[in-house]
Design a protein around this ligand. Sequence first.
Ligand code: IMP
Length: 212
Amino acid sequence: MPSRLQDLLFATTNQGKLAEFSALAMRLGLELRLLCLRDVAPLHVEEDAPTFEQNALKKARVYVEALGLPTLADDTGLCVDALDGAPGVFSARYGGVAEGVLDDAAERYRANNARLLRELSAVPAERRTAHFETAICLWVPGQAPVQVAGRVDGRILTEPRGTNGFGYDPLFEVTDLGRTLAELTREEKNACSHRARAFEALRPVLERWALS
Ligand code: IMP
């Protein structure tokens, strides 16, 4: 199936996200040259909007305006009901360690998880419900930006379980599976994750472009 999209910039340095999106693009038969922030000069984008959708749109806009390339940008966070939706858009820096464009994330993840457990220390199991949410913006220059979202529901454990994945994965037990995201293989996580669901929501948009 021929594609109108030749170059597509995914405004991320995360290799896992790139692999996940590449797999979807391949399943759809899209002939993309997928670029990421390691292939272009990364720009600093302050992700300071109040919603995931607005942050994804802001990031896409910065790269579309700077480079003129079709751009995919995402923003994700963990929303905990007992914390009124926190850490939400602050998920990346919840533990107080600032995020850099090409930083080593392990220390940030440790600090984030430690704070999450502290904040929930007095909250009983039945009130530790949470969800991950991903907003994706696909913006082709000259066209209107398209936004989609995906989520996965679960609860926050009192101690980590599992060694796969990253970020809050070891503390997040998926409701439908009774296992944490860190106890899933990459394939299993990619079958149910917030990001995978958002990518799937993008499928009809990509297919329309491919066919037009
Ligand atoms: P980002 O917008 O994808 O960079 O995500 C923001 C933050 O949310 C990350 O720094 C992680 O702490 C967390 N996060 C995003 N996706 C996941 C995931 O799939 N599992 C666990 N944590 C995640």
